[in-house]
Design a protein around this ligand. Structure first.
Ligand code: GLN
Length: 197
């Protein structure tokens, strides 16, 4: 059961990507829905809005406890900002990933787009969509799995996989597969099922 934080942002696309990979999903909007998850997705969106809604819904602390419990987490864009140890401009975060991010570090909407990634673990030619993306200016002791023009854009540390881009917007994206392959279980059997149109 993969939980997808569903307060704001592109949670629906993430849930669809996880279902396409063969996993059951649960949209997370209240603390009770955090029980019994096997993995968690923190989607992209607007991190400042997510922080406000997490606080209003009484989710900030319970979500933190789940994140600290060590279950596998896929955090993309705003989701990665929520986990970063250092956020610029300064903003509340869980500090579970030793990265330093600059919000909107590639410029605003005008500079959003699809870019080719450099990576030893993703297939050659893999591209990714960046939307008002955070720039990871320091990846600390995270493993850097992909770069864009030399900057780290996909990092892993323990159970956390964090991307500055949006794998869920491309069907069967290698980063989605990288995450789901590590989950195994019932979903693992079907994870090579063809993507829906
Ligand atoms: N700019 C957003 C933020 O700072 C992140 C954008 C995204 O998630 N696509 O939270």
């Amino acid at each position: 059961m993969v939980g997808v934080l569903a307060l704001q942002g592109d949670f629906a696309e993430h849930a669809a990507a996880m279902r396409r990979a063969g996993f059951a999903t649960r949209l997370i909007r209240s603390p009770a829905q955090l029980a019994g998850l096997d993995a968690l997705v923190l989607p992209g969106g607007e991190s400042s809005t997510m922080i406000r809604l997490l606080t209003v819904e009484g989710l900030w602390e319970p979500l933190g406890a789940v994140l600290r419990s060590g279950l596998p987490v896929l955090a993309t864009c705003a989701g990665a900002i929520l986990l970063a140890e250092r956020v610029e401009p300064e903003q509340r975060s869980y500090g579970l990933l030793p990265i330093h991010v600059v919000r909107n570090g590639y410029g605003r909407q005008l500079h959003s787009g699809t870019f080719r990634l450099e990576s030893d673990v993703l297939p050659a030619g893999t591209t990714a969509t960046f939307i008002r993306a955070p720039r990871i200016v320091d990846a600390g002791d995270c493993e850097v799995l992909a770069r864009r023009d030399g900057d780290p854009v996909l990092v892993r540390r323990g159970p956390i996989l964090a991307a500055g881009f949006h794998p869920e917007l491309q069907p069967d994206h290698p980063v989605t597969r990288l995450f789901t392959a590590a989950l195994g279980g019932a979903g693992g059997v079907q994870r090579h099922a063809p993507a829906l149109p």
